[in-house]
Write a new protein. Sequence first.
Length: 485
Amino acid sequence: MESGGLTIPCDILVFGGTGDLALHKLLPALYHLFREARLNPAVRVIALARRNLPRIDYLKLAERHCRAQIARSDFDEEVWQRFSARVDYFPMDASQSADFGRLARYLGEPGGLTRIFYLATAPNLFVPIANHLRIAGLADTEARIVLEKPIGHSLESATAINEAIGTVFEERQVFRIDHYLGKETVQNLMALRFANALLEPVWRNNQVDHVQISVCETLGVENRGAYYDRAGAIRDMLQNHLLQLLCLVAMEPPAQFEAEAVRDEKVKILRALKPITGQDVQDKTVRGQYGAGRIGGQEVPAYYFEKDVDNDSDTETFVAIEAHIDNWRWAGVPFYLRTGKRMARRASQIVIQFKPVPHELFSGGQVNQLLIQLQPDERISLRMMTKSPGKGMRLEPVDLDLNLAQVFSQTRRWEAYERLLLDVLEGDSTLFMRRDEVEAAWAWVDPIIKGCEEHFQAPRPYPAGSFGPEQANSLLARHGRHWHG
């Protein structure tokens, strides 16, 4: 939800303050909020990390990275000076309880300030940090804690993290962030569905043939090899990003646009997902791993040659799944989920494929699909069949295209973290995952991972720069369908 007023006075403490997330996303987002007068004048940003840096050196580091991430037209020297005056750096080791005592003395009494602890760290530090905050007396009833995904690596580990965090913070204080939910087009998906009478009657199984949700990346694992080789595409992308998008596509209209009502409907969808277990894993799941290839005219190595990756790794860098939702609205409609690294092009999109008309009066086929593109461009297209000019009834597909960047060309496009950080400051948890939501997602994903291990479904090879393993096409082709793009 948008707000035009100032946020509460608070200290924003960023654990992992010298990491990529803090420097590339969080600080630029906070700069934009400051520049647009969204932050209370009393807000302080305190970066926390192990490096023993003087404050002036940290500010130089922060400025260098922010200049690289913020459009030149948006970077104002005078604004940066005022913003950076609100930024401080406190060297500490988040694994050491004694350092939290030092932090508590540094912060002093809250004095009416709300403390927001943003954990831009490895997930294994979530519980220790929360416990250290409690022991140091920093986790008061007004504090808020932000957790980056992934929350655990299984249902058991996610439940353990949630239990431990729950002993320190109440659920209303916990913000589990998935940056995809902060994207403008993702929120437009709710507006598209629930504010347009044209679409609601056809948003169901008697009109929809199938749904595709794809998140394709041209990048490899970059500097995340050690983490990614333990996680893989299922844990890293399917369990959170793809399932969150599926929930927004499939959920019922909430009674009101309010955090608990929205999240209640999302949990219902996760619990209605038909389990994929045993032999079904082989029939409805395809895992892949990229080999050497070319992307953008450049040679790229195979996954197992990436930094910090085992040479005999069987970790998947691609997964495609046919999922079904057992409820009245979606019974019989397959949801095809796909994500992969080192793909031919970068694209995150949702395709709603409508059923053909009952009687095909004209030759030339039918398309009748709604395309919701999240990246690289944010746009919504309704593809329809129209007559081509000239003699005869020759039909061609034409897009009714809504390019959000063009329509709102006079308005700067917010980055996802700007919106989500503002929501944290305002205490609005609508776009954040609730505990039962995280655990319901893992409850569906765990049997898929187990089935792959039990049946030793080795990842299928695919060359970098392709659209994934050929077997992924068979998921759709056996029903006369094909992937979009």
